[in-house]
Ligand binder design. Structure first.
Ligand SMILES: [Zn+2]
Length: 493
């Protein structure tokens, strides 16, 4: 007998940081022994899920009229320098390539893309001539690099991360605003409805918007330690970048105009960190069926004294049958005890486990256990396909209902500064009255940051031109002046 696996058992709510660190290695998600800070190996158990996540998001983008492209990963410095605010903000986090081969020092250093505005827009200015070239909706799935000086953590904050960036160009501001809205809808469709991940979109205050843009809207998720994590964001650039990169078109009246632009950036590896954290439990991962690296595991219940050949063959046949239906299926024919095998696959988040012993074999039955709710039942072998088809949406519903309920219970309110501190101790979001989303508000945001290490995340997005109403006579929680907004404050990653 192989060494017995005691299983994974860490209280996620109480010790989330330990839970996360341990599950990454226990479930073989990342190998962190690569000797370069902030660079990790995404192992198959993570890469399979991330690949499905890419596919879901790319499919949504293409349904909404985007086309894929691949731009170079190295950006000449003079491309990068065209938008002043953008380079000022990104320069401290760029990896630079300065040399080729053994001797060739480059005259101009090359940035490894931290994001691709500056790589794409010079080309866009050559592609776009007329209003008939618009809208232009392009996305690329790629890695980007940022020289993070903060503490790195696998998937959550690495120096190399995996994302999608969509860069769209329009003739009018109205079309660009509609794109921002569509980006938010795609995020809800995929993250919340397909992956069961609750989020809220916030209109970020001015001091926290994307460098070079005019407005930023970002989805915040809540991690099990009740700190928020920023997930996809969408940005309205107006004509800022178009002016820096000379993206112009001739309108119907042959008049030359600058274009309007938006970007949308779902960081797949970061969303993956949120996904495993939010759905996981004390036994390890739980995953929606569509995203699980192994969707079905078959465990033969072998008796030491009996001939196992027929039973094992039955398991392999079943594996073939399920693989032909495109279900990612494995037979666990290792020599561990069944209990150890259960722990092993539970920790990896395998949604369905099939057990077959000699008794089941005789009656053409099998026992099937669900990871999402722990329920177990015995069914006829011929009913397996129907069972799986029915279970897939139920598994997602269990995960989604649990996390939505938890998420919704974590928004609090505070009316004075001291109360804000107390509410922040509970974790989650705290709604407060606030003076300004422009630079005047920054000193109140800084005051909150210094006192409580928390951030002003913005106003909750309802629709353009509409936000939560401030009560008559309400005062800003920071400065006591008249409040103009209901803002959300939270401790953040
Ligand atoms: Zn204020």
């Amino acid at each position: 007998m192989a060494e017995e696996d005691k299983g994974f058992n860490i209280d996620k709510e109480k010790n989330f940081s330990e839970w996360f660190t341990e599950i990454v290695s226990y479930a073989e998600l990342a190998d962190q022994r690569y000797r370069l800070k902030g660079f990790i190996v995404h192992m198959p158990n993570a890469a399979i899920t991330e690949k499905r996540m890419y596919a879901d998001m790319e499919s949504s983008l293409e349904t909404h009229g985007h086309k894929p492209a691949r731009f170079p990963s190295l950006i000449p410095e003079h491309y990068f320098a065209k938008e002043a605010e953008h380079i000022e903000n990104f320069a401290p986090n760029v990896f630079w390539v300065t040399k080729g081969g053994t001797d060739d020092e480059f005259e101009e250093k090359l940035a490894m893309r931290p994001t691709s505005e500056t790589a794409m827009y010079d080309t866009y200015s050559q592609w776009i001539r007329s209003h008939r070239d618009l809208p232009l909706k392009i996305y690329q799935s790629c890695q980007v690099w940022r020289y993070e000086t903060k503490h790195t953590r696998p998937f959550l904050r690495d120096r190399e991360f995996h994302w999608i960036e969509a860069h769209d160009v329009f003739a009018t501001a109205e079309e660009a605003w509609n794109q921002v809205k569509e980006d938010m809808e795609m995020t809800y469709d995929v993250l919340r409805d397909k992956w069961g991940l609750p989020i809220i979109f916030f209109h970020r205050p001015d001091w926290d918007k994307f460098a070079g843009g005019q407005h930023s809207f970002a989805a915040d998720a809540l991690m099990p330690d009740k700190k928020v994590l920023q997930l996809p964001s969408t940005h309205f650039y107006g004509q800022n970048f178009a002016k820096s990169y000379n993206i112009k078109f001739l309108d119907e009246n042959e008049k030359e105009k600058y274009a309007f632009q938006t970007t949308f950036g779902p960081a797949i590896s970061r969303i993956y960190a949120a996904l495993i954290s939010v759905h996981g439990d004390n036994k390890g991962l739980r995953l929606p069926f569509g995203l699980a690296p192994t969707q079905v595991v078959i465990v033969p219940i072998l008796k030491a004294d009996a001939d196992s050949t027929t039973l094992l063959q039955e398991c392999y046949d079943l594996q073939t049958q399920l693989r032909e239906l495109d279900y990612r299926t494995e037979v666990d024919d290792s020599d561990k005890r069944p209990g150890s095998k259960y722990y092993y696959w539970e920790a990896r988040g395998t949604p369905l486990r099939i057990e077959i012993g000699s008794k089941e074999l005789e009656k053409h039955e099998l026992t099937i256990a669900r990871r999402d709710n722990g329920k177990k039942e015995t069914i006829k072998q011929k009913d397996l396909e129907t069972y799986i088809e029915k279970a897939v949406p139920e598994i997602l519903k269990t995960l989604k209902d649990q996390t939505m309920k938890w998420f919704e219970g974590n928004t609090h309110e505070a009316t004075d500064f001291e109360e804000l501190g107390k509410q922040l101790e509970k974790g989650g979001f705290v709604k407060v009255n606030f003076c300004s989303r422009e630079k005047d508000g920054l000193k109140c945001a800084d005051k909150i940051g210094e006192a409580y290490h928390a951030e002003v995340r913005g106003t909750k997005f309802i629709e353009f031109g509409k936000e939560e109403r401030v009560a008559n006579g309400a005062k800003c929680i920071g400065c006591g002046k008249e409040a103009k907004h209901v803002m959300y404050v939270a401790k953040a990653y």
